[in-house]
Design a protein around this ligand. Sequence first.
Ligand code: UP5
Ligand code: MG
Length: 243
Amino acid sequence: PPPRPPLSSTRSFGRRSTGSGGGEGILRGLGGARALLRALGRAGRGMAGAGGDQGHPAVVFVLGGPGSGKGTQCARLVESLGFCHLSAGDLLRAHMKSGSPDGQMVADMIKQGQIVPSEVTVNLLKGAMAADGGARFLIDGFPRNVENREAFETVMGFDCSGVLFFDCPEAVMERRLLARNEGRTDDNIETIKRRFKVFVEQSMPVVQHYQQCGKVIWADSDRSPEEIFADIAPQVEKLVPAA
Ligand code: UP5
Ligand code: MG
């Protein structure tokens, strides 16, 4: 297998200055949400039988900085390995356009590059997983902080099978995002910088947690899409084989 450098030495995320993270105020306000999530979690444990040996679906979290290629590689994995791909960002963007009462809050947070409260995201993911009913999921762009991770486990009643992590230099990600041109409200240089900072400060600790558990498939994503895919596909298939 390819060498997997320790995460502390990854080129893109080790050298950023730290400060007060963008979403901390929101996270501090989540005490009530935690209680709600615990209650939802008890109800959520009933969701079983959708596939995996454990009586619950198998989930691979797909993480990496903004523009690291999560969506691009997930599309390929769906095509070749038959996973269901759920992008938390896509679910949130659909939610903000749905006319839901919290839609404006979600739109504002995405525009600012901040992390939407876990109860919103986890409920969207839970609903989408149930609607699909499949046995193998790629969950892309989630969990984005430790609290997201804990909320997922509490609500769903199980943890991921593994994490696919795309490591990419910030300069490369920035160039890709500025060239994407899909009309996303967060693809401007100011928000991109904030997304990088939030990623380093809040999302990397999630990756480090799973690294310590030995659950991370590490991929250098500063390569062609074809090279990346050839590297990761066999590893993902081995982690969660088709039934
Ligand atoms: N591209 C891809 N791979 C390439 C390669 N190997 N070589 C050259 N070009 C490549 O790729 C980005 C661009 O690069 C594309 O144009 C692609 O063609 C090209 P993509 O595959 O789209 O990268 P991805 O990692 O998916 O980038 P994305 O911008 O979607 O990542 P983010 O993590 O920033 O976005 P996401 O949609 O996950 O989240 C957006 C916001 O939603 C967050 O900032 C946050 O505010 C909110 N959010 C939450 O609050 N909670 C969540 O759980 C999820 C999101
Ligand atoms: Mg994406």
